[in-house]
Design a protein around this ligand. Structure first.
Ligand code: PLP
Length: 398
């Protein structure tokens, strides 16, 4: 077997299950799960109706490149959303559908990394664990960049030495960040593109939380936007990853896309053709519909804002919570070890949250996830309110 499989770390939810073994929660309380970033709002009918109307498409093998209609809908969305120059995104060359960003983020490293050199892949810490697994299975070594309060929860890129950038082949960005909700501004993105030119690496920008944000008038910036602002019409070295899972409450649809540098996407398409991951035609039709509709996305943001407002109000003064710029997570410090906190909260209040240390690695003298928990505001409003009261009662009891 591939020996690199032994380098993979247990997935955070496996570790969470192990942490809860033997704990019997108070059965008089309904369980509330706030550990996983799986949206629980209903999938909008514009998406489900289109899916059903195209079920006949199951009789056809789809192509890896996707239908022109889907790629056109994605190009139009990108152009509108990130105010890109008209015609700047060519649906033929700059866009590929993917079956959710998870598989794409993984596959991308396999296509990009040149394992004949001592490859490094730079990533935030804490991070979405696929970046690390993809790196290890591509035969590369991860370099973790801490995201702490001191840097506004953004990765501390200033702390990365030039010799690391020299060996870096791929940089994963996650903006808005999971779990911190931090957003990288256009100035930071532009700086990173200049670094990529100087040190010859590719940027994979995971922007799957870009449509869940706090201020309706200040949507998060994106990497293609930064590239366009620099006059890079070819989006050289820049590839973004977007998903319908969070934006359109459709995690089960398994639909997203990659967009950017045409030369990189041509090679990625070659990889994907062999990988065999084409998107079924009904999913492509439903996805094109979803990317063409903003009303459901605006309503979705409203639902998250209501949940943040309610939970922050209840937790105020009890935990250091505040409204993140984007995303749907709270990332508070815990008064005891994060694992003890998560286990105790489950035992006493039947609420599950994720220990921060399950999302991070101890590196460069710091474990930025230790002593924090990730609370996903995915459950309906009444459940979030109930959970906040229970968390408060638990913290007050410590
Ligand atoms: C940061 C981040 N990236 C990517 C994904 C994958 O999303 P999907 O595969 O549903 O598009 C997730 C899912 O939770 C995530 O948190």
């Amino acid at each position: 077997m591939n020996p690199d499989l032994d380098r993979l770390q247990p997935y955070p939810f496996e570790r969470l299950s192990a942490l809860k073994v033997g704990v019997v929660p108070d059965a008089s309380l309904e369980h509330i799960g706030l550990q996983i970033g799986e949206p629980k709002h209903p999938t909008p009918s514009v998406v489900t109706d289109e899916l059903i109307a195209h079920l006949h498409g199951l009789s056809v093998y789809p192509t890896t490149k996707g239908t022109p209609a889907l790629r056109r809908a994605i190009a139009d969305w990108l152009t509108r959303r990130f105010a890109l120059p008209g015609g700047g995104i060519d649906p033929e060359r700059h866009v590929l559908p993917v079956n959710g960003t998870r598989e794409a983020l993984f596959a991308f490293a396999q296509a990009v990394v040149d394992r004949s050199r001592r490859a490094l892949v730079v990533m935030p810490n804490p991070f979405y664990q696929i970046y690390e697994g993809a790196t290890l299975l591509a035969g590369a070594t991860p370099h973790y960049v801490p995201c702490t309060e001191a840097t506004g929860w953004a990765p501390d890129f200033d702390a990365v030495p030039a010799e690391i950038w020299n060996r870096c082949q791929l940089l994963y960005l996650c903006s808005p960040g999971n779990p911190t909700g931090a957003v990288l501004g256009l100035d930071v993105l532009r700086r990173l593109i200049r670094l990529a030119d100087a040190h010859d690496f590719v940027i994979a920008a995971d922007e799957c939380y870009s449509e869940i944000y706090a201020d309706e008038n200040a949507p998060p910036a994106g990497l293609l936007q930064a590239a366009a602002a620099m006059g890079r019409a070819d989006f050289a070295r820049c590839v973004v990853f977007h998903s319908l899972s969070k934006r359109s409450n459709a995690p089960g649809l398994r639909s997203g896309f990659v967009a950017g540098d045409a030369a990189i996407l041509a090679r990625f398409l070659l990889y994907r053709t062999y990988h065999g991951c084409a998107m079924p035609l009904p999913v492509q039709a439903a996805s094109a519909r979803a990317w063409s509709d903003e009303a459901h996305v605006v309503a979705n943001r409203g639902a998250y804002r209501a949940k943040f407002a309610a939970m922050l109000d209840i937790l105020d003064g009890c935990m250091d919570v505040s409204m993140p710029a984007a995303g749907f997570y709270l990332w508070p410090r815990t008064p005891i070890a994060d694992t003890d906190f998560a286990r105790g909260l489950f035992a006493r209040e039947n609420v599950t949250v994720l220990p921060g240390s399950f999302l991070s690695r101890a590196a460069h003298g710091i474990d930025p996830g230790a002593g924090r928990v990730r609370i996903a505001l995915v459950a309906p409003l009444d459940e979030c309110v109930d959970a906040a009261h229970r968390i408060r009662r638990f913290v007050d009891s410590l």
